[in-house]
Design a protein. Structure first.
Length: 103
C-alpha cells in the first residue's frame, strides 16, 4: 500500500478500559511501543480515519473558545452599552463553573 508517494502500512490499536483519553493513550502508548520494537526514527506515523478527524477537531478548539468569548463580550457590550460590564460578567464564569461542578 502507498499513501501519497510513500510506502504505507496500517497499524491498528484500541485503548484499554483504564486509558484516560484517546490523545494521551495514542501518544504515550505508541511512543513506547515504537521504542520496544526498535522502529527506526525515519518511520513517520500519522492518524487516519476517525482518529484523524478527532485530532483535527481538537486542534481548533482553543480558537473556537476564544471566538465564543469575543462574541459573548460583544453581545454583552451592546446589551449593557458599556466596555466594563461585560468584563465583570465574564469574570464570574470560572467561579460559576466550579460551583456548577460541585453541586
Amino acid at each position: 500500500m502507498h499513501e501519497e508517494q510513500f510506502p504505507a502500512a496500517t497499524l491498528s490499536f484500541t485503548t484499554g478500559a483504564g486509558a484516560p483519553r484517546f490523545g494521551d493513550a495514542g501518544r504515550s502508548h505508541l511512543g513506547r511501543r515504537r521504542n520496544d520494537i526498535g522502529m527506526p526514527t525515519t518511520v513517520i506515523g500519522s492518524y487516519s480515519g476517525d482518529a484523524a478527524e478527532f485530532a483535527s477537531s481538537l486542534a481548533g478548539e482553543p480558537w473556537l473558545i476564544l471566538a465564543a468569548m469575543v462574541t459573548i463580550y460583544i453581545v454583552l457590550g451592546m446589551l449593557y452599552e458599556s466596555f466594563v460590564h461585560p468584563l465583570t460578567i465574564l469574570s464570574t464564569l470560572p467561579s460559576a463553573g466550579v460551583g456548577a461542578l460541585l453541586r
